[in-house]
Design a protein around this ligand. Sequence first.
Ligand SMILES: Cc1ncc(COP(=O)(O)O)c(C=O)c1O
Length: 446
Amino acid sequence: MSLAQTERAIPNDLEAYWLPFTPNRAFKAAPRLIARAKDMHYYTPDGRAVLDGTAGLWCTNAGHNRDPIVKAISAQAAELDYAPAFQFAHPKAFALASRIATLAPGDLDHVFFCNSGSEAVDTALKIALAYHHVRGEGSRTRLIGRERGYHGVGFGGISVGGIVTNRKFFGTLLAGVDHLPATYNREQQAFTKGEPDWGAHLADELERIVALHDASTIAAVIVEPMAGSTGVLPPPKGYLQRLRAICDKHRLLLIFDEVITGFGRLGHAFAAERYGVIPDLITFAKGITSGTVPMGGVIARAPIHEAFMRGPEHVVELFHGYTYSAHPLACAAALATLDLYRDEDLFARAKRLEPIWAEAAMSLKGLPHVLDIRTLGLTAGIDLAARPDAAGRRAYDAMVKAFHDENLVIRVTGDTIALTPPLIVTESEIADMFERVARVIRAVAQ
Ligand SMILES: Cc1ncc(COP(=O)(O)O)c(C=O)c1O
């Protein structure tokens, strides 16, 4: 069939599209379609306004379709669509890298760009391995992740990640990976606002792993400062500081995967700032462009970047990169997004709203089947009891009901509901959101 024919002959059929991380048959039987969006709301094709409780997939931190970002993207498309990312560059890539380096704490001052969180993670792992190699410690090849961690879907990311379903179908993964234990323990931590008191000692498990393999074989440790995709697990008080100290002792690189915690989600530009812990590498994505154009990246501390800047000057220092690294549209979107975050002081806004948000989330305590509620920054995880013999079904039903009956988008993982609204959310929208969630939880009580 010619292209001209396809335009006329093919109806708007749901069949061809294979949706990611979605039960396709159930979706196509009762689709949840979104046609446009503005600020805190989506609009369905028939015009229903749906409140966004999840900032897209934790990415539209500035809200949807914000005028300055839309204008910047369209102006950029008219000015420069693309310039080669290898051996050439365009001015906005430098401007953006400088802005990000200024936002990042300490000497995290060099930025490598890619197009997603998964690519950012694989890039960070590769930088860590190559860093030890160029310094003459090439035996440091092991990577340490954490149970229940999510680091995207590349082979590197699923290897260091700790979500069983994301790993078990995909063969042997990367060799030489170990995992720290997850930091969650319901008995010790249930219904905590913010960082739980219990659990810092779990960082000491890193000492056990080092003792088993010897530090000379370990390249890096990667964790999300707050585990997000597994259902919002805030770090125990002192845990990240302890990890940093153990990494320093054994000269392991510490990587913070800040793909969701970056750009205001926890009331700061980065979680590293909230916890006063400077990792060696930070991954970012999502909020950098407020979800408008795909972009990710890695921020490296000065000595790491410096270690690569040796050898003949005409030779590539890091054999890694993407056709769309620092894509002009993404850079334009990111610069406009950072301006908006600054002009509307959105990170401080998230911090100011945190106690109000936490209080509203905890109001769900006592509803049927609510086993735990956790909050941190503008995030909340609500664990529901699984239906007998149907793990994940209760929360799935809640998500479907929220969309169709309560005009609300929520995110679910297993039997956990996660809420992470755009940082422009108002106090009355927070109250409204939790009222809708309460009705949904009651509706799936059977
Ligand atoms: C911590 C973390 N890392 C990596 C990723 C992967 O990002 P992407 O879906 O853009 O590849 C995610 C996505 O949710 C994430 O939460």
